[in-house]
Write a protein that binds this ligand. Structure first.
Ligand code: F6R
Ligand code: MG
Ligand code: MG
Length: 371
């Protein structure tokens, strides 16, 4: 059986307008680049999508993860889209292109990457999740629920092929370390870490030995900027994830179920506010209110011999309408708090802050507080 690789590589190379959405001309330009690569046989198939101001390249190929040619191709597509963005004077044109020239691996150069190599099964359903106005830790809660929460994933209780649980690879993005942990045995320890979602992020989930190869991930999440800058805090990075489903893995509906909560995530307005995550269809992934609320879209693929074929817009379903209404109400409530925590993030997690200027200005007016 042959292995395939799916690479989801994303970058914000210009917003239309502000940080709201991706101009169709950027999507067209990226499609031209990837079409040529497909025609030359460098990749098997691709789709170019968008979430908020992020351009999302989904590619299938047989070159494995961290391949210089595939990463170089993504870089080239982003460069071409950047020149279109500059021509149209789009906002922040080229903002995620942190390096001048491609140097072999796109990780650490600005774009975000989620990619996995696996043996294509007889039928291979895969979901590409794309978020805007939030950070990789936003995936902690849903990924945990999908692979470890029996109240979310019925299969953990009633399907013998997943009853023994999954292995979580958790990264400490400050210390630049990772640990493999086993669920359900270490469930509480896993939660103790990943509840601190700005520091500990789930990077991958693996099946345990059984129906599927234990070294082929069931899920992978992008963590790029955090990875690159481990040791110092430099802000959010709109994340993406790939999750495989069915027969020996959680069902498609179990993979989507955690998003019915509309959980609170960080990264709204100036990367400095908490707000509820709005699951929405592709046509609604244009955050406008207070640059948000943060969005997630889900593209469902049924891979066939390496071909991605057209995705299904999974959150377009009316089954998520109630979630959306609740999220909008929660967004309203959070907004009413203005600059107060916990709507605004705690100081150490803020992306923009004038606080040092304010404290400096007031330094000689501060007095020892007596009784
Ligand atoms: C949040 C985000 C936006 C910008 C905001 C200010 O992650 O992207 O909310 O932070 O629009 O943008 P600048 O500083 O570019 O004017
Ligand atoms: Mg932007
Ligand atoms: Mg973005």
């Amino acid at each position: 059986m042959s292995k395939i690789t799916v690479s989801l590589i994303k970058a914000d190379v210009g917003g239309w307008p502000g940080h709201c959405s991706v101009h169709p001309a950027l999507i067209e330009r990226a499609e031209e680049v990837l079409n040529e690569a497909k025609a030359s046989g460098a990749i098997m198939d691709f789709r170019v999508l968008a979430c908020g101001d992020d351009l999302e390249l989904i590619m299938s190929h047989d070159r494995g993860v961290d391949d210089a040619e595939i990463h170089g191709l993504a870089w080239q597509a982003f460069e071409m889209a950047t020149s279109v963005a500059k021509g149209l004077k789009l906002y922040g044109a080229g903002q995620d292109m942190l390096c001048d020239a491609f140097c072999g691996n796109i990780r650490g150069m600005g774009p975000g990457v989620a990619e996995m190599e696996f043996t294509e099964r007889g039928a291979e359903p895969l979901v590409a999740f794309m978020m805007d106005k939030t950070e990789p830790g936003a995936f902690n809660l849903p990924i945990y629920k999908i692979f470890a929460d029996p109240f979310n994933t019925a299969g953990l209780v009633i399907d013998p092929s997943i009853h023994h649980g999954f292995i979580f690879e958790v990264w400490d993005v400050l210390e630049h370390k990772k640990v493999l942990m086993s669920s359900p045995e270490e469930m509480y320890d896993i939660l103790a870490l990943i509840g601190a979602k700005s520091r500990y992020v789930i990077k991958r989930v693996f099946p345990k030995p059984g129906k599927l190869p234990a070294d082929e991930p069931a899920a992978v999440i992008s963590t790029e900027k955090l990875y690159q800058t481990a040791g110092t805090y430099v802000g959010k990075d709109d994340p993406v994830a790939l999750v495989r489903c069915q027969s020996g893995l959680p069902a498609l509906g179990e993979v989507l179920e955690p998003f019915a909560l509309g959980h609170l995530v960080s990264g709204w307005m100036r990367g400095s506010h908490n707000g509820p995550l709005l699951p929405c269809g592709f046509d609604y992934a244009h955050p406008t209110r207070f640059d948000g609320p943060p969005r997630v879209v889900a593209a469902g693929f049924q891979i066939c011999n390496g071909m991605l074929n057209d995705p299904v817009d999974l959150f377009a379903d009316i089954a998520f309408d109630l979630t959306r209404m609740r999220v909008l109400e929660i967004a309203d409530y959070m907004r009413a708090h203005g600059p107060f925590e916990p709507h605004r993030l705690p100081m150490e997690d803020m992306e923009y802050t004038t606080l040092p200027h304010v404290t400096k200005k007031l330094a000689d007016r501060f007095q020892t507080a007596g009784s």
